[in-house]
Design a protein around this ligand. Sequence first.
Ligand SMILES: Cc1cc2nc3c(=O)[nH]c(=O)nc-3n(C[C@H](O)[C@H](O)[C@H](O)COP(=O)(O)OP(=O)(O)OC[C@H]3O[C@@H](n4cnc5c(N)ncnc54)[C@H](O)[C@@H]3O)c2cc1C
Length: 292
Amino acid sequence: MGAFGYVAPGSLDEALTVLSEHASLGKRAQVLAGGTDLLVQMRGLDREPRTIVDIKKLAETNRVDIGAQEVFIGAAVPSAVLNENQALVDLYPGLLEAADLIGSTQIQGRATLGGNLCNASPAGDSIPAMIAAGAVCVIAGSGGTRELPVEDFVTGVGTNALGADEFLVGLKLPAPGPGTADAYLRFIPRTEMDIAVAGCGVSVTLDGSGKCTAARVGIGAVAPRALLVPAAAEALIGSTLDDAALQAAGEACSAAASPITDKRGTDVYRRKVVGVLCRRAAAIARDRARQA
Ligand SMILES: Cc1cc2nc3c(=O)[nH]c(=O)nc-3n(C[C@H](O)[C@H](O)[C@H](O)COP(=O)(O)OP(=O)(O)OC[C@H]3O[C@@H](n4cnc5c(N)ncnc54)[C@H](O)[C@@H]3O)c2cc1C
């Protein structure tokens, strides 16, 4: 392995200066959050010398703010910390169950939602759940701050929308209104510590009569990137989330999928499984929304 540099900026401006100086000199810099993907990659396929920019010392990336309208989760907050925040678990049980599926207790002590997203694996567990919850990326760069919905952030397998002088500061989520709840389910061949064969996040809003007035459905591990499935949401909206509506939403997810075949499952199998997961996750979200 060649020589690596390491910097741990103490401010957002300092971090941006390091990134933009490297970008303008054509030198490579890479952001480090928890390192649970990055260190594995450094030891394996990607040994190219570069400067590692640790964002764990920044105030902005360590913030968790729960407001009446909006919630902010900093990009350096490990999922173990999120999962111990009962207010967050109450607001987004689906997103937090996705965070709680990532690796082991040890991995969760380091792993962040931001790292899961920026790593841009098709099977990243939190990504469909963030899509369902309506999460928006807050991105800082030398030109200022911009926002991008999570469903538009990942551009392909292992690639994302960040420029070389940009990094993810955190995620903004709309605070769920009354009658709103989410759920996330994945299927893996083992009981834990495996990569999803398929995953599905669903968020629904019910009115006082139990009719679904809003929904978002995200699917993962069944396409080069996690997808928002508007057709699945349309199948749910206007219904009471009865079996027929759940079935139609599941079919929409299967139709939206374009999976690969590998040792974990064939494309046909994955397409079927994602439909089943959508039905089940939507039923869980519905039951939670009735109590919300
Ligand atoms: C044993 C093991 C089990 C795992 N199990 C799962 C699992 O079940 N499900 C799952 O989805 N994943 C799993 N993972 C993968 C990994 O733990 C997650 O993807 C994790 O969320 C990554 O977060 P991190 O903070 O460690 O990211 P890092 O490793 O720090 O970063 C990952 C990538 O994102 C970039 N990056 C990170 N943060 C930012 C930022 N703020 N701005 C710009 N770029 C950034 C880095 O440069 C790097 O390219 C597992 C990993 C291991 C080692």
